[in-house]
Design a binder for this molecule. Structure first.
Ligand code: KO2
Ligand code: CA
Ligand code: CA
Length: 279
């Protein structure tokens, strides 16, 4: 068959029905492989990224590709800019052991996203069964923001001091659960965070009290302004107790790593990669 640009195209043109890894081509002719979820809600989902926390105690250090690998510093307010550039990294089979960003992130024109929270180091064949949460949007919201996250984040830059909480927080969509529930999301984050969010959504580019920018609140709509304990990815500067909130999983460890006390998230969510699919 001729190479396609997404799992959706592969499904529609060639009727693939099983989950697995396939070869794709971008509009410029770049080849890459990606995992397809061909079963959830009719399938056609392309895995384009994963956000993985390799060391929650490393504050914007090596491995913090979705925030900054250069330390927390006001002189790099947008950090490594991975949300809005053409850099790619990682590989599909390593999506639960390191960060992944493939060319589909910017090349595919999509309508919706699907998210799986998968325990670190889970092998590909077990991702779906091992996931602690799986959900997707069905609102076609991405169409309004250029068809992918690359375009969305050009409209809503992930950069310190580009806006304030909550007035300048970015787009959101309602989600449908494929595995999990609102209650499960509540359980995963710290008790003090519960007063600040509403489960059942995914939201992009939110600010916190100190005007630090966070990229994605996965599973929740953030109403409060201490989003650094729940939302992931971000710019390169988080003023509060700098650099303690800087990193891919920002300040999930504010009251201890995995303690689930006060603002700290559970060990379960702190040690699970966030896999992002387009359709
Ligand atoms: C706390 O005790 C504290 O945390 C706040 C953070 C949470 O994101 O902004 C402030 O730093 C505050 O000064 C204090 O350190 O307050 C409900 C209050 C929590 O962790
Ligand atoms: Ca990382
Ligand atoms: Ca705070």
């Amino acid at each position: 068959y001729n190479l396609t640009r997404s799992c959706l195209e592969l499904k529609e043109k060639y009727h693939f029905t099983k989950d697995g890894v396939h070869l794709f081509i971008t509009s410029n002719g770049e080849l890459y492989q990606a995992f397809c979820d061909m079963t959830t809600d009719g399938g056609g989902w392309t895995l384009i990224a994963s956000v993985h926390e390799n060391n929650i105690l490393g504050k914007c250090t090596t491995g913090d590709r979705w925030s900054s690998q250069q330390g927390g510093n006001a002189s790099s307010p947008a950090g490594d800019r991975s949300w809005s550039n053409f850099a790619t990294f990682g590989c599909t089979e390593g999506a639960t052991s390191d960060d992944l960003k493939n060319p589909g992130y910017y090349d595919i024109k999509a309508s919706d996203i699907s998210i799986w929270h998968v325990p670190n180091d889970t092998p590909l064949s077990s991702w779906k069964d091992a996931a602690i949460l799986r959900y997707h949007t069905k609102t076609n919201f991405l169409q309004q923001y250029g068809g992918n996250l690359y375009q969305l984040f050009h409209q809503y830059p992930v950069e310190y001091n580009k806006g304030k909480c909550p007035d300048d927080n970015g787009p959101l969509s309602h989600i449908t659960y494929d595995f999990g529930s609102d209650e499960k999301i509540q359980q995963l984050y710290g008790p003090l965070s519960h007063n600040e969010f509403e489960p059942g959504y995914v939201q992009f580019r939110v600010f916190n009290n100190e005007k630090a920018a966070l990229a994605m609140c996965s599973g929740v709509k953030y109403n409060g302004c201490n989003s650094e304990h729940v939302c992931i990815g971000g710019g390169g500067y988080f003023p509060e107790a700098s650099p303690r909130q800087c990193g891919d999983f920002t300040a999930f460890d504010w009251n201890g790593v995995g303690t689930h006390q006060s603002w700290s998230a559970s060990k379960e969510v702190t040690e699970a990669a966030v896999l992002i699919f387009y359709r």
